[in-house]
Design a binder for this molecule. Sequence first.
Ligand SMILES: [Zn+2]
Length: 170
Amino acid sequence: MKTPICTFDAKTGILCAKCESKLRLGHLTQADIEGAMKITKLAEHNQDINKFTMISAAKVDDDFILILRGSDIIILRANTSLLKKLEDEFQGKIWFVEAEATDRRFLENLFFPAKVLTVNLIWLPDGIKLTKVIVTGRNHSEWHTKIERIKKIAKEIRNIELLVELHQQK
Ligand SMILES: [Zn+2]
């Protein structure tokens, strides 16, 4: 298991001088540390998770965003019991984003399993840039709640102002 902090620190919950200074300098965030500790705890009892590489983490309200390798995310999405373990440990919804994802890929990761059909930039007259995405989905309230969370995450993590349009599935 690789995380942005030392394995020993992640296991003991105490940061070494090097990681402590990274935190002070802003190269690490509290979410990185919290995420690294939680995922390391799971990795001790799980061989699949033990092979993961966590690049970083972010927290928006109670939602955790984990940035992992693309190959780790493929494994997770194919294994619901693994997903369940992570959600239990993190006590809530986790969003998985691939390391070095482009903005489009980042949005596809957030909207998964819905399909992102198009992504377009729209410039408003006052210089505000909007990112318009068209995604597949049904027009029900559960979706709208999810979209609101995605908008907030996109704004906080990548400063993307999202405009979401649903393309109704038959
Ligand atoms: Zn350390």
